[in-house]
Design a protein around this ligand. Sequence first.
Ligand SMILES: C[S@@+](CC[C@H](N)C(=O)[O-])C[C@H]1O[C@@H](n2cnc3c(N)ncnc32)[C@H](O)[C@@H]1O
Length: 305
Amino acid sequence: MVRKSQSARRSKPLRYPEPPERLGAVDPLEGISLGESALVPLNCVYRDDAHGIFLYQGDCLEVLDAIAAKYPDGCFDMIFADPPYFLSNGGITCYAGRMVKVDKGDWDRSRGAEENHNFNRAWLERCQRVLKPNGTIWVTGTHHVIFSVGFAMQQLGFKILNDIAWEKPNPPPNLSCRYFTHSTETVIWAAKNAKSRHVFNYAAMKAVTGKQMKTVWTIPAPGKAEKIFGKHPTQKPVALVERCLLASTHPGDLVLDPFMGAGTTAVACIRQNRRCVGVEIDRGYVALARERIRQELMYPPNLWR
Ligand SMILES: C[S@@+](CC[C@H](N)C(=O)[O-])C[C@H]1O[C@@H](n2cnc3c(N)ncnc32)[C@H](O)[C@@H]1O
């Protein structure tokens, strides 16, 4: 009797959870080519298979179409998206104590409310396709873009889980003195659809404050240490992305950032042992992201902090 149950046990294949390092070698864009019709040719500018970090220069709309064709059921556990805010339209702001025009680049110019919304729908629809059934998306933005993002999510059938107010403790003053000082951005957290059974690491979040975490997060804007290789005008703090990762993913999970900018999401993923695919259209920002990622892998901050 004992012998029988032992052999039955032996014949059952043993399953061990894959250590995150061994999962690293999978690049979802492996073998993908966008063809000659692509507006922006896809270019892998950095890959580290052991850590599962892949950085591409390309147009995220085209790249996401190609990924969705290869993975019709989705392949990402989480997406962090910080899309253009469409706010570079001749307004003024305060920079280093001086009054300057808001000009973050051509990519940030408004094309009018309707076109901006069409763009938001277009990339969100593609993100929804490449999310796994239980995957979630985080989208940051100011009032210039976030209402359109929220409406597009409702139109597409995402399930909105929370809207986080990211509070910056030291915002630049409002020089016109005709408005309140802008000191928050919104981060919408949503699941792929109403059926999703999303991940929420409740205990890890509670451990941060000792109480249930609220939807107001006070996190300083990125300081000099996060800008040693150059500046991106809308760079997010690594700590903000790390919190999103810790809330909604497990070690080894695969994360996408379709608007990678200076590579903040990849840096946060390296620190939290998640895998990451980043896409960025601008060659200069891709180079900046690559330097930050290299530095992060060579000199992990926990070695000297
Ligand atoms: C708000 S910034 C992201 C900043 C980033 N979160 C960081 O921390 O550095 C948006 C980025 O999206 C890029 N971008 C705009 N349109 C794009 C597109 N169609 N595909 C890929 N990247 C795009 C811009 O060049 C810009 O760097």
